[in-house]
Design a protein around this ligand. Structure first.
Ligand code: M6R
Length: 369
């Protein structure tokens, strides 16, 4: 049932192009409009929404962090993202004009369920993004947008994460469509690129052998750091989470702009640092800033592992290891940038002799608070 792969995780990483395509299927029509009939919240109600709040845990929380960038940029609605386990304990401000989005692969995560119950008690509308048909979270929500990743068996979430991102982009674009905000050439270009993004994910998968080789050489390291900016920051957090749960290594993700506010003190000779580089097109200021960060850490001895778009030549002199990803619009980059980090963590876990599909101390769905 592992389809010839040694681990479910490897199989699920390989299934990502299909999972992404399946999640998009039937939701964008030929004219580039979104048809999200499942979102049964009437357009009139969505037009009245004045705030979006996303609740989720773990990897799903990282998808939510990325969704915030897309929702705020495309709809101009303020969006908060909160760890579901913290949410109801801080007395959040919610009312009938709040749209709460609960993201969960399993649909059974107790922290997320309690957060959505709290939100509904306060009168907020709850939309679930979920991979499991008929599970508790969608059943208790006002509406659900299913991700079509298929069953995810490995404890470490991979294909569910990519499809959560797709679903978040669809919701963000749909809100933009319904509310008529910022609906222009950029959105049309994004919809076009999103429709063909499965091919880009596939392109990344076929170039992963050097990442595997690199991971094997790092098996005896104690720490790996991850840096990113903008949507690359949650990607860095996700890379670090994968490494913790699978390789049992100390790993931390930072927003690269924070380096100088503390974390740069951690840099020492031969410390592996993975850097997710934003596209040099679009928000190129961020690109230039991160290139300086790579220079700074390398000057202090870091071993730089740079994930950068095809054609980005500025990073070449400072990359000890360079991983290329296809060019995408900035907001969609996490769909391709996360894949090498999944492969990296999986290979490191294998090299360290860990049980990839069933990491110690973890369960696939966490049904206690
Ligand atoms: O089923 P859920 O998406 O609600 O699960 C949330 C987290 O428990 C989950 O993403 C966890 O962090 C994964 N093990 C990460 O790989």
């Amino acid at each position: 049932e592992k389809g010839g792969y040694d681990y479910f995780m490897l199989k699920e990483i390989a299934e990502q192009p299909k999972a992404v395509a399946d999640t998009l299927l039937g939701r964008i029509d030929g004219a580039g409009s979104l048809t999200l009939d499942e979102v049964r919240i009437p357009p009139g109600v969505l037009r009245e929404i004045d705030k979006v709040v996303i609740v989720a845990c773990g990897t799903a929380f990282h998808a939510g962090m990325i969704a915030k960038y897309a929702i705020e940029h495309w709809t101009r609605l303020p969006c908060e993202v909160e760890l579901a386990s913290e949410f109801r304990y801080r007395d959040p401000i919610l009312d009938a004009q709040t749209l709460v989005i609960a993201i969960s692969q399993s649909g059974e995560t107790m922290d997320t369920l309690m957060a959505l119950r709290h939100a509904r008690e306060q009168g907020a509308k709850v939309l679930a993004i979920c991979n499991t048909n008929g599970s508790t979270i969608p059943r208790e929500s006002d509406a659900v947008l299913y991700t079509h990743a298929g069953p995810e068996v490995a404890v470490a979430s991979t294909k569910a994460f990519l499809t959560q991102l797709v679903a978040c982009y669809l919701v963000a674009l749909y809100l933009g469509q319904v509310r008529g905000t910022k609906w222009g050439d950029e959105i049309r270009a994004v919809i076009r690129d999103l429709s063909s993004i499965a091919g880009a994910v596939d392109q990344v998968l076929v170039t992963m052998e050097p990442v595997r080789e690199l991971a094997r050489t790092l098996a005896s390291k104690k720490t790996v750091l991850f840096l990113g900016r903008h949507v690359g920051y949650p990607v860095a957090l996700e890379g670090a989470l994968k490494l913790k749960e699978l390789a049992y290594m100390h790993a931390e993700g930072f927003a690269a702009g924070e380096l100088k506010h503390g974390p740069i003190a951690l840099i020492e000779e031969d410390l592996p640092v993975v850097v997710v580089v934003p596209s040099p097109r679009g928000r190129s200021v961020l690109h230039d800033k991160i290139v300086s960060n790579i220079q700074e850490i390398r000057a202090r001895g870091a071993r730089t592992i740079v994930i950068a778009e095809e054609g980005d030549e500025a990073v070449v002199p400072y990359a000890d290891h360079l991983v290329r990803i296809p060019a995408t619009p900035t907001l969609l980059q996490p769909l391709v940038a996360t894949v090498p980090l999944q492969v990296f963590a999986c290979e490191l876990a294998t090299a360290r002799g860990n049980e990839v599909d069933q990491p110690r101390n973890l369960a696939k769905s966490v049904t206690v608070e």
